[in-house]
Design a protein around this ligand. Structure first.
Ligand code: BMA
Length: 376
C-alpha cells in the first residue's frame, strides 16, 4: 500500500509543471504548447536576450517576399529568434496589410518560423473604427487609420452599447479567423505573442491615453481578449506595451490586469543621449515588475535614430545586459525606401550589428532551436 502511494505521488510530481510550480499564462485554458512557450521564454531570459526583427521574413531592404529569405539571415547567417508580423488591415477583410504584405504569406511564414523553433510576435495597427466611416476622410492626413486621433470617442464607441460595437465585433471576427488558421501540419494551434493597442502612453494612436480613459483602455483589452478566448483561441500570449515612460506608475496606467496579460513590454527608440539613462531606468522597473508578477518582459521595439555607428554594441547591448530582458526587437527594414540624397543600396544592418550577433548574450534562432521551446 505504502509503495503504491509512493508510486502515485512520484507520478504526480513528474507531471509537467507540477513539481516545480512553474508560472503559467493568464489564460487558464492555454494550450500545452503555449504554456511551454511561456515557460521556455522565462527560462531563456536567464541565458541571454533573444533578437527579434519586424517583418524579417516578409521583405528586406532590396527584396520583396522571397520565401524563407531574411535580411537578418543574409547579414549574419542566422534567422532572428523572434519574427515580428503586422496585421493592420485584417480587420477590414483585406488581403494585404497596411504595409502591402499578403496575409496568406504572413500565415505561411508564421508556420515556417514555428517549424524552425522560433518565436512569433504579432502587432496590429487597426484602423480607426469611428473616423474611418466619415466620408471624404481620405483627404485628411492619417484619416481613418490607427494614427487618426481626431476623436476621443473611439474607444467608447466600440465597447458594448457603443454605436460601433457591432462593427468592432466584425473586426474581431476577421482577426479570429486569421488566428484560427495559424496551425501546424498536425492541426496544432501555433502559439504566438499578440501586442495590440500598443504604445498607449504616447497618444499617437486612437487608443492612446490622452484619447481614452484608463478604464476604457483596460476595457478595450478585456473585451478583445475575452472575445478571442470565447472563440476557443487559447494559443496567445498577450503583451501589454507602452512607449517611453519614466515611472512604473506611468507604465501601468490603463493596465488591464494579470488575468489578461502575459508580457510587460516597452517600446523605446534612441533619439538622443538621454536614451541610455531612460532605457536603463525603464528596463529596471519593467523587468522587476514582470518578475514579481511572474510575467514575461521585452523591449518590443527599439532602434537607433541618432546616427551612431556602434550603437548595437556600445548602447543597446550593455544596457539590456544589465537586466533579464526576454527579447529586443528592431522594426522593419522598409523595402526599397528612398532616402533623400542617398543611393538605395543601404545594407540591411550597420556593420556593428555583427558585434551584437557575435556577443554570447544575444540569442538568434540557432541558439534557441535546441531548447524545444514548445515542449515541456
Ligand atoms: C510603423 C511604420 C509604418 C508601418 C507601421 C506598421 O511604425 O513602420 O510605416 O505601416 O509601423 O507596420
Amino acid at each position: 500500500m505504502k509503495k503504491l502511494f509512493l508510486f502515485f505521488a512520484l507520478a504526480i510530481l513528474c507531471l509537467p509543471g507540477f513539481s516545480k510550480k512553474l508560472p503559467v499564462p493568464a489564460d487558464k485554458k492555454a494550450t500545452s504548447e503555449t504554456v511551454a512557450l511561456f515557460q521556455s521564454m522565462l527560462k531563456l531570459q536567464q541565458k541571454g536576450i533573444m533578437y527579434g526583427h519586424q517583418d524579417d521574413l516578409m521583405y528586406g531592404r532590396t527584396w520583396w517576399y522571397e520565401k524563407d529569405r531574411s535580411d537578418t539571415k543574409d547579414f549574419t547567417g542566422d534567422y532572428p529568434a523572434i519574427a515580428g508580423f503586422e496585421l493592420g488591415g485584417i480587420e477590414l477583410g483585406n488581403e494585404r496589410s497596411l504595409d502591402s504584405v499578403s496575409f496568406a504569406q504572413i500565415a505561411e511564414q508564421v508556420k515556417a518560423h514555428y517549424k524552425r523553433g522560433g518565436v512569433i510576435t504579432i502587432s496590429w495597427h487597426a484602423n480607426n473604427p469611428l473616423t474611418m466611416q466619415i466620408p471624404d476622410i481620405k483627404s485628411r492626413r492619417q484619416g481613418g487609420t490607427a494614427w487618426d486621433v481626431s476623436s476621443k470617442e473611439v474607444v467608447a464607441s466600440i465597447l458594448p452599447s457603443g454605436a460601433n460595437n457591432v462593427l468592432f465585433n466584425t473586426w474581431l471576427e476577421h482577426l479570429s479567423a486569421f488566428f484560427i488558421g495559424l496551425k501546424d501540419e498536425k492541426g496544432t494551434p501555433i502559439p504566438f505573442i499578440f501586442r495590440p493597442f500598443h504604445e498607449h502612453s504616447g497618444s499617437f494612436f486612437w487608443w492612446g491615453n490622452k484619447i481614452c480613459t484608463d478604464e476604457q483602455y483596460a476595457s478595450l483589452w478585456q473585451y478583445t481578449v475575452k472575445f478571442l478566448r470565447n472563440k476557443g483561441i487559447h494559443n496567445i500570449l498577450y503583451a501589454y506595451n507602452t512607449d517611453r515612460v519614466t515611472s512604473l506608475e506611468q507604465y501601468l496606467k490603463g493596465y488591464p490586469g494579470d488575468d489578461i496579460i502575459d508580457m510587460l513590454s516597452i517600446d523605446m527608440y534612441d533619439r538622443g543621449e538621454q536614451f541610455n539613462a531612460e532605457l536603463d531606468n525603464a528596463l529596471k522597473f519593467v523587468t522587476e515588475t514582470a518578475l514579481a508578477k511572474k510575467k514575461l518582459n521585452a523591449l518590443s521595439e527599439t532602434g537607433e535614430r541618432r546616427g551612431m555607428a556602434d550603437w548595437w554594441s556600445k548602447v543597446l547591448l550593455p544596457i539590456v545586459s544589465k537586466y533579464p530582458v526576454g527579447y529586443v526587437l528592431t522594426w522593419r527594414n522598409t523595402y526599397n525606401m528612398k532616402f533623400p540624397g542617398m543611393s538605395n543600396d543601404r545594407k540591411p544592418f550597420p556593420d556593428d550589428f555583427k558585434n551584437f550577433y557575435d556577443s554570447p548574450r544575444s540569442l538568434f534562432l540557432k541558439e534557441i532551436q535546441n531548447e524545444n521551446i514548445y515542449k515541456h
